[in-house]
Design a protein around this ligand. Structure first.
Ligand code: NAD
Length: 287
């Protein structure tokens, strides 16, 4: 295995030395952890961190090859068992089928990480209804399906558990550049807080992770509304460069996800600009 292959982002940056998640084996060892969007970026890094802590990992992604690679590497890193599942999280029937299969073959999920997401930039007026639907289908409905099917099983089992949803700093940071993406993430943040209130009495924690700019493949696949294909490619390269410059590694977000579960944190801004934005976000009091 080369460093590049084991990496979690599409850049040539070598994989950082594995973390020290082994020390959490007492907490996560043998637990069943399901991560969506696990073929790359934050999801893959999260699968690896839980693997190092000895968890059994289900790596879900619509990219089957990437999911298979994540599962394979997770086993090498220390997961006693790891399975890839090729599923589109926006597909309700497929998610229900996945939940049935996982419960039947692997068990009830102890930690669910709804992380799959796609990027969409472009002004509000340039964003078509189809663009809105696509981003809401994956970023919002994907999380809703995950919470419903796996959260339902957790609640029914009655032995607690934890759900982590990957929102974004965009959830509390109004922007002219990504209205649809920001709206999808604000909805994920609110649904996480509502579900947290509902499940608190049943020993199930819910956390919303809100990263700022993280160096992953998301810029390579992000769509830009209202521009020509050529312009879209140019913008993609430009934003990839910006993300690379910040160079915040997905492994650190994975660490924040493990800590959110360990400490049952509600809303977790990650990266310096996300923490700043969260501190500044205040509603103006009414009369
Ligand atoms: P990434 O593109 O590297 O990883 C996203 C993964 O999700 C990919 O493997 C992709 O195949 C998968 N995916 C996309 N749509 C899917 C679908 N419908 N069904 C199943 N899998 C699907 O990007 P990333 O940065 O690791 O993104 C992970 C999450 O973090 C996303 O929700 C993203 O919005 C969020 N996020 C990223 C950043 C950042 O700067 N990179 C910042 C804030 C939040």
């Amino acid at each position: 295995t080369t460093h590049e292959e084991g990496g979690t982002s599409g850049t040539s940056r070598p994989t950082p030395a594995t973390g020290s998640w082994g020390k959490y084996a007492e907490r996560f060892g043998g637990q069943l952890v399901l991560v969506t969007g696990a073929a790359s970026g934050i999801g893959r890094a999260t699968a690896f961190a839980f693997a190092e802590a000895g968890a059994r990992v289900v790596a879900v992604d619509r990219e089957g090859e990437g999911a298979a690679r994540t599962a394979e590497l997770a086993r090498l890193i220390g997961a006693p068992e790891a399975w890839p599942e090729t599923v589109d999280v926006s597909d309700e029937a497929a998610m229900e089928k996945l939940a049935e299969k996982v419960a039947g073959e692997y068990g009830i999920v102890d930690v669910l990480v709804n992380n799959a997401g796609i990027g969409l930039s472009g002004s509000f007026l340039d964003t078509t209804a189809d663009d809105w639907r696509r981003v809401l289908d994956v970023n919002l409905w994907g999380v809703i399906h995950g919470c419903r099917v796996f959260g339902g099983q957790m609640a029914e089992r009655g032995q607690g558990g934890h759900i982590v949803n990957t929102a974004s700093a965009a959830a509390f940071q109004p922007s002219k550049a990504l209205p649809a993406y920001a709206t999808s993430k604000a909805a994920v943040l609110m649904l996480s807080e509502c579900l947290r209130a509902e499940l608190a009495g049943r020993g199930i924690g819910v956390s919303a992770i809100c990263p700022g700019i993280v160096n992953t493949n998301i810029t390579a696949t992000a769509r830009f509304a209202g521009v020509s294909e050529q312009e879209e490619n140019r913008l993609r390269k430009k934003s990839s460069k910006l993300y690379g410059m910040r160079n915040y590694p997905p492994e650190k977000v994975a660490g924040a996800i493990l800590h959110a579960v360990l400490n049952d944190q509600a809303v977790v801004p990650v990266t310096p600009e996300a923490r700043g934005a969260r501190l500044l976000s205040r509603f103006t009091p009414g009369a």
